[in-house]
Design a protein around this ligand. Structure first.
Ligand code: FPP
Length: 224
């Protein structure tokens, strides 16, 4: 969800106004995903590297997540959205931790759309965390397989992403789902996140549907 800061700057507004506008856009995109039958959506809301931003911006982003849970939880639950959190909660203030747990707990039986919120998330941190837990569980080296690692990631039980969309014209992955996205298709757009709407989401999905996914082979592997 990149480009909130530049969206605000272009309008002479503070950066946090861009994050607020980005949050308003979330509702449109989540509703569009439900409408289009998307089953899993992961939002990169705060990375392990974002702690390096000015303290007011970090605090503002924490507050925004809290407000979003307060404002949207009921509606998301009503619409059958299951909320999951990926990342670490340990550096997050206790009141926000409680809200995240409550959102996850309230919606855990829903199955229309699984909404993963990547908050205090980093792909490298996720892999380090998985390795630590594998070692702590005394798993012998020969038992460490791709499938086993999958079970130790924050995304355990969630399929690999088919399509990753990055807004705002940046052409990099920035530590997002680096393991799970090994064979994801990418869609890059210059549109800033607050302006990325339903039509462009549909355009991204259309473009994805025209890609020829070979997963390193000569022709697409047969569906299992
Ligand atoms: C990147 O834009 C955006 C972020 C670091 C935060 C995104 C967060 C939200 C949209 C709101 C919170 C989300 C949830 C799920 C509650 P940027 O600040 O890097 O923009 P710039 O590159 O133009 O400066």
């Amino acid at each position: 969800m990149d480009g909130n800061g530049r969206w605000a700057l272009a309008r002479g507004l503070p950066r946090l106004a861009g994050h607020r506008a980005g949050t308003d856009n979330l509702r449109r995109v989540v509703e569009a995903c439900v409408e289009f039958g998307v089953k899993y959506l992961t939002l990169y809301a705060f990375s392990t590297e974002n702690w390096g931003r000015p303290i007011e911006e970090v605090r503002g982003l924490m507050r925004i997540l809290e407000d979003v849970i307060d404002r949207e939880l009921k509606n998301l639950h009503k619409n059958g959205v299951q909320i999951r959190h990926i990342g670490r909660l340990d550096r997050i203030r206790p009141s926000l931790q409680r809200k995240v747990h409550q959102a996850v707990e309230t919606t855990k039986e829903n199955d229309r759309l699984v909404l993963n919120v990547a908050f205090n998330y980093g792909g490298r941190d996720e892999i380090v965390c998985a390795i630590q837990r594998i070692i702590a569980d005394n798993i012998p080296p020969e038992k460490v397989t791709v499938e086993l690692v999958n079970q130790y990631l924050f995304t355990a039980g969630v399929p690999d992403p088919d399509l990753i969309i990055r807004t705002s014209g940046e052409l990099r992955g920035s530590n997002f789902l680096i393991w799970q996205g090994a064979y994801a298709e990418w869609y890059f757009t210059p549109t800033f996140w607050p302006d990325f709407g339903k039509e462009e989401l549909l355009e991204a999905i259309w473009e994805y549907s025209r890609r020829n996914r070979r997963f390193g082979q000569v022709s697409p592997p047969q569906e299992k």
